[in-house]
Each structure stands twice: as C-alpha cells, then as structure tokens.
Design a protein around this ligand. Structure first.
Ligand SMILES: Nc1nc2c(ncn2[C@@H]2O[C@H](COP(=O)(O)OP(=O)(O)OP(=O)(O)O)[C@@H](O)[C@H]2O)c(=O)[nH]1
Ligand SMILES: [Mg+2]
Length: 231
C-alpha cells in the first residue's frame, strides 16, 4: 500500500515539530557565578561548560549577553581588555558559559601577557568539564596573525574548537563571506579540514539560536564526572 503525499507530508511536519520542541534551547536563567585568576578556585567541574575566547574587543562579552538575552550580564566595553578574569555564568542552573580575557591587547605588559598565556592555556588544556571552545573572529577583518597563531596552537595541542565570526551586521554579507573564506583558506594551511563555524551579530541576534541548539545537543550527551580529583 503506498502512502499518499499528504499523509507523508503530515508525518514529516509532525516529526519536525516534535524534534524542534525537544532540541530547542530556551534560556530560563543566567547568573554570574564567579570570577577567577586561579585555576584551582574554579567551580567544581560537574557541569558542562563552554568557553568564549578571542582577541580583545572581538565581541565575546556582547555575544554572551545576546545568547542569554541579559544585557550587562557580561561587561562589555569599547576599550579593549575589559574582561581580565575568567568569568563563570551559570545558565538554566545546568551549564556554564565562560567569558575569557581577550588576547592581543597591545597595552597589556609583557609580564601580564605571559601570565595570561600560562593561565588560559592551563585552563584550556586541563579543565575537564570544558565541552567546547568557541573561538571568536572579527568578520570585518582580513585574517589576523594572532588569530591564526592561536588556532595553530589549539591544533598542536589537539584541542577542538568552533569558529564564531562576530559583528556580521557591520558590513554586507558579501564582505563577511569574503573574510570568512579568506580565514578558512589561511586555516587550511595548518588543518586538513575546517572546524564548524557560525556567523553572528550581537546587534541583530544572527546565529543565536544555532549556537544555543548546538550547545543543547552537547548538554544532552554530557555525563557528569564523579566528584573527586579534578581541576
Ligand atoms: N555592531 C556590533 N558591535 C559589536 C558586536 N559585538 C560587539 N560589539 C561592540 O564591540 C565592542 C567590544 O565588545 P565586547 O563584547 O566588550 O568585546 P570583548 O571581546 O568581550 O572584549 P574584551 O573583554 O576586551 O576582550 C563593544 O563596543 C560592543 O558594543 C556586534 O555583533 N555588532
Ligand atoms: Mg569581554
């Protein structure tokens, strides 16, 4: 017996609605948990966490506020270097967003930069509940040396990451796509294939739902480690 087109379409729509209902991520709560400069003071690694990293001023804190729809949750500024600490935000009481200090802040002293590197690199290498690193790239710019170097370092350490292009509202889609493909091409000199990527704007909320759904899927698979020795 063949199924009629109408019935098949009906089932497809029902399946879509069913899946959308269960995979959509809604933000019910978002609260600041703690700021740290010491890795051993971080919250116990019992909840899945997602780190946002990238050059100073790329839009990390703004994107966090857009994802959570809570203006002022993460402090933003036109002056680069606003975020100096590692900030944990608890979302829906079930997972963390982590706002990290930006790199490439020219005014930071060399000593400060070295301290930043030691601290951030230790965090990225050792934090066992870290599910995903979102590396933010400014979509207005041609490939930048320090972004490529940071990607290369992640690659060397076999740390997977996701690319998020920011500030897409600042120029035409055409220019954004050109910069995205230039960055991808530059990356392919270090990597065999490109990581997953999102194009975003904190002004228009472009990319918000896609990133939240991506996080929601990882959260669904998260198995909490036993309490005990952890970072
Ligand atoms: N038009 C536009 N402006 C943005 C966007 N995202 C961030 N900005 C602006 O860019 C500036 C820097 O944003 P932040 O979110 O503070 O950047 P950050 O990466 O957290 O910077 P640091 O904490 O210094 O590392 C602010 O003036 C934001 O308003 C965006 O998507 N569109
Ligand atoms: Mg910031």
């Amino acid at each position: 017996m063949s199924i009629s087109i109408n019935t098949a379409t009906y089932f497809r729509i029902c399946t879509f609605i069913f899946l959308s209902t269960f995979t959509k991520m809604n933000i019910k709560s978002a609260e600041f948990k703690c700021s740290n400069t010491k890795i051993d003071k971080l919250p116990p690694p019992l909840l899945p966490e997602y780190a946002f990293i990238g050059r100073s001023n790329v839009g990390k804190s703004s994107l966090i506020n857009t994802l959570t729809q809570k203006k002022g949750l993460a402090k933003t500024s036109q002056t680069p270097g606003k975020t100096q600490l590692i900030n944990h935000f608890l979302i829906n009481e079930k997972w963390y967003i982590v706002d990290l200090p930006g790199y490439g802040f020219a005014k930071a002293s060399k000593n400060n930069r070295t301290a930043w590197e030691r601290f951030i690199r230790a965090y990225l290498l050792k934090r066992e509940s870290l599910q995903c690193i979102f590396l933010l790239i400014d979509s207005r710019l041609e490939p930048q040396k320090n972004d490529l170097e940071f990607c290369a370092w992640l690659g060397e350490k076999s740390i997977p990451f996701i690319l998020i292009y920011t500030k897409a509202d600042k120029q035409s889609n055409y220019i954004t796509q050109q910069n995205v493909s230039k960055f991808g091409k530059a990356l392919l000199e270090y990597f065999e294939e490109l990581p997953q990527q999102f194009i975003t704007s904190s002004e228009t909320q472009q990319g918000r739902e896609e990133i939240l759904d991506f996080i929601g899927e990882i959260n669904n698979r998260f198995v909490s480690p036993q309490e005990g020795t952890y970072y």
